[in-house]
Design a protein around this ligand. Structure first.
Ligand code: 2P0
Length: 345
């Protein structure tokens, strides 16, 4: 029986300039920028067996149908480019290293790992190399599963989307593009992300519903203007090593994202009181200690504390002493900028 089997590990990522609002087939209305994590990742094995049959998904070894609607929609979206996919029965075995739906981008690492597996099998079937084009295809396909997943195909700092008013090939909405390390000041080469798990549950409003509310948002034009500016400035600050400048962009992006949610119609709030408690404590602590530690938020209540590797012991002491009290069961994850996905044996 004709059979293909492949496994990939793919990271979650944290956006410094946020993707919020879509157009067309899951393209971002504004350019956005993230770095890929390391500890938070998904491991996925995909098996294609020639023959017809429903796709199955197993999470941590147990059959799980919850993800099938999104997975089937994803397969429908990539099948125009990958016709042969319909000749196979697909089994997916997957697990995350972090809680699903906790506001850590599980769909990003999940669809990145799945897209890499399927793009790899596509390359095998079509006798194609696993080159840059393969990665671009994987990023395009990952995007069709979940927008932010497009960025998780690469390690380091990653950009996705077009700058308003530019037709430069440097920018594309189809897939994400890694930012060369030579464009990143050494100060930021070993950033860390300590993720404070304020809430370990599924969030109340999905990101997809939140994105959709931007379409008729009263502040949409203002947001586009702001995101374009922040995207350009973020790249400049990453390059020139201006920590204070970068801090303002990162925190403003996080608060603007949540302000958009809170001013959508219908409006919703994903922050929790402890989200703000952490931010207040952080601001007071860093003022006192003159340290560079910056918060950002994803579409959830958790707080990502971005800091430099050299300060990691001080930050962890602060987290343990002053912040774990605001975390569910005192939980936090020490993560750092990562090298990107990996094919597994
Ligand atoms: C981001 N987020 O840039 C933004 C900021 C969360 C906050 O992209 O509907 O799971 O699957 O494309 O990518 C989360 O939304 O949404 C997200 P879909 P996705 O990381």
């Amino acid at each position: 029986m004709e059979k293909y089997e492949v496994s990939y590990k793919a990271p979650s990522n944290i956006a410094l300039v946020k993707y919020w609002g879509k157009k067309g087939l899951q393209k971002p209305i504004n350019p956005n920028l993230s770095f890929s994590l390391s500890v938070c990742h998904t491991v996925t094995r995909v098996v294609f067996r020639k023959g017809v049959g429903k796709t199955s998904c197993f999470v941590k070894g147990e059959k799980n149908d919850n993800f099938l609607p999104k997975i089937n929609a994803f397969i429908d979206r990539i099948s125009p480019e990958f016709n042969e996919i319909n000749d196979y029965k697909i089994d997916i075995y997957t697990h995350n290293t972090f809680p699903h739906g906790s506001g850590i981008a599980s769909s990003a690492s999940g669809f990145a790992a799945l897209a890499l597996c399927i793009a790899d099998i596509y390359a095998q079937i079509n006798n194609e190399p696993l080159d840059e084009l393969f990665k671009q295809r994987a990023s395009t396909w990952a995007r069709l599963g979940s927008g932010s997943a497009a960025r998780s195909i690469y390690g380091g700092f990653v950009s996705w989307g077009s700058l308003k008013g530019t037709t430069s090939k440097e920018y594309t909405e189809d897939f994400a593009t890694p930012i060369p390390n030579t464009n990143i000041h050494p100060t930021f080469h070993d950033l860390r992300d300590t993720i404070l798990l304020v809430e370990n549950q599924e969030k109340a409003v999905s990101s997809s519903s939140g994105h959709a509310l931007v379409e008729n948002h009263f502040y949409k034009q203002g947001r586009l203007h702001q995101a374009n500016n922040n995207y350009i400035e973020c790249q400049e600050r990453l390059m020139d090593g201006d920590k204070e400048g970068l801090k303002k962009i990162i925190e403003s992006e996080a608060l603007s994202l949540h302000a958009l949610m809170q001013s959508s119609i219908p409006y919703f709030v994903l922050m929790k009181p402890n989200t703000l408690n952490i931010i207040q404590k952080l601001w007071a602590w860093r003022e006192q200690n003159k340290l560079w530690a910056v918060f950002t938020l994803d579409a959830g209540a958790n707080v990502h504390l971005i800091h430099l590797n050299k300060d990691k012991d001080l930050v962890e002491k602060f987290v343990q002493k002053e912040l774990t009290t605001f975390c569910e069961n005192g939980a936090y994850i020490c993560d750092h900028i990562g090298e990107g996905p990996k094919k597994l044996n």
